[in-house]
Design a protein around this ligand. Structure first.
Ligand SMILES: C[S@@+](CC[C@H](N)C(=O)[O-])C[C@H]1O[C@@H](n2cnc3c(N)ncnc32)[C@H](O)[C@@H]1O
Length: 304
């Protein structure tokens, strides 16, 4: 099963929703707005000898259900107004394409747009949903002036193949690269990322106008070693917790009551600050019948 068929962030605007638990991403969004603003300004500056632009097309890829996409929209509108005023040009109409996978809560996203409506009453902007995977084509040729993605592009399209030639699991007891993972595991993740990112770029390439801008913000690390704490700390904790539940024969109980897992995670991390897991899909195999079932398991945000 591919990620695009099952992935979504927690829906709605309740306590455990993505809207209420994306504080970490909000901080990243706030820190990266100067880059977004710089991209818009340089686009207008370098294209000021062309005929005035009537419509500026902007895409936010992997936008989820808010509120960070509203921060990006505000920055783009403000920077467009500022750039055009400085260059003595008419402000173009701004068309936003808000993209995420089909399971995304677009209704909550659209309801949240009232925030932008309130602030920018006198600027001609429009928004529409663009459902689908950014690992495929999303927009017509030669149409996008600015493509932005915050914390989306590092999501893989599928879990890499993690079995050896004999079909045995390579990464037993773990759910990501860890200190104990054999080299084949990190190679598999690297190769999946390379394949996905190349596809992402190949799909965007025809969609961008010449001299268009792309701002991609995604998870990275400073060290070449992917097993350091900065890269896999959260996944280690999650793997340990799941292993513990399995050893306690408590998996069924946990699946019936996802908050148990959140509480265990919360207890594990205690006072440490880590980013939130929004949802995890657990594939369960019913052994007697050999059937697959997928569940969406929701977590509480984990905060300091
Ligand atoms: C951590 S959220 C970030 C959301 C938002 N950009 C923000 O900063 O708050 C990552 C988002 O990327 C989306 N995503 C992951 N893979 C995707 C794909 N192949 N195509 C489109 N969206 C994808 C997820 O559904 C999720 O909403």
């Amino acid at each position: 099963m591919e990620v695009k068929e099952i992935l979504f962030m927690n829906k709605g605007d309740g306590e455990n929703s993505y809207v209420k638990s994306s504080g970490y991403m909000q901080k990243v969004a706030a820190a990266t707005q100067p880059m977004v603003s710089g991209a818009v300004q340089s686009f207008f500056r370098e294209n000021c000898s062309n005929p005035p632009l009537e419509v500026l097309n902007v895409a936010d890829l992997g936008c989820s259900s808010g509120p960070n996409t509203f921060t990006v929209m505000s920055t783009v509108i403000e920077s467009t107004v500022k750039s055009c005023s400085e260059l003595g040009r008419e402000i173009p109409e701004i068309q936003f394409y808000l993209n995420d996978l089909v399971g995304n809560d677009f209704n909550t996203l659209f309801k949240g747009l009232t925030v932008i409506e309130e602030i920018f009453k006198n600027v001609p902007w429009f928004a529409m949903g663009a459902p689908g995977s950014f690992h495929g084509r999303l927009f017509p040729r030669n149409s996008m002036h600015l493509v932005h993605s915050l914390y989306g592009v590092h999501w893989l399209s599928k879990v890499p193949k993690l079995t050896n030639e004999g079909g045995l699991p390579l990464n037993k007891g773990k759910i990501y690269i860890s200190k104990t993972s054999p080299p084949g595991v990190r190679e598999a993740y690297l190769s999946q990322f390379q394949e996905d990112f190349l596809l992402f770029l190949k799909c965007r390439s025809p969609e961008m106008v010449p001299d268009g801008r792309m701002v991609l913000i995604f998870h990275g690390r400073k060290s070449a070693d992917p097993t350091l704490r900065e890269s896999c700390y959260t996944w280690e904790i999650l793997a340990e917790t799941i292993s513990y539940l399995v050893s306690q024969d408590d998996v069924q109980h946990c699946l019936l009551s996802p908050s148990n897992l959140s509480k265990m995670l919360l207890a594990k991390v205690q006072n440490q600050c880590i980013s939130a897991f929004d949802s995890i899909v657990v594939a369960c195999i019913s052994r007697p019948k050999g059937e697959f079932e997928s569940l969406s398991l929701n977590f509480l945000a984990i905060r300091e």
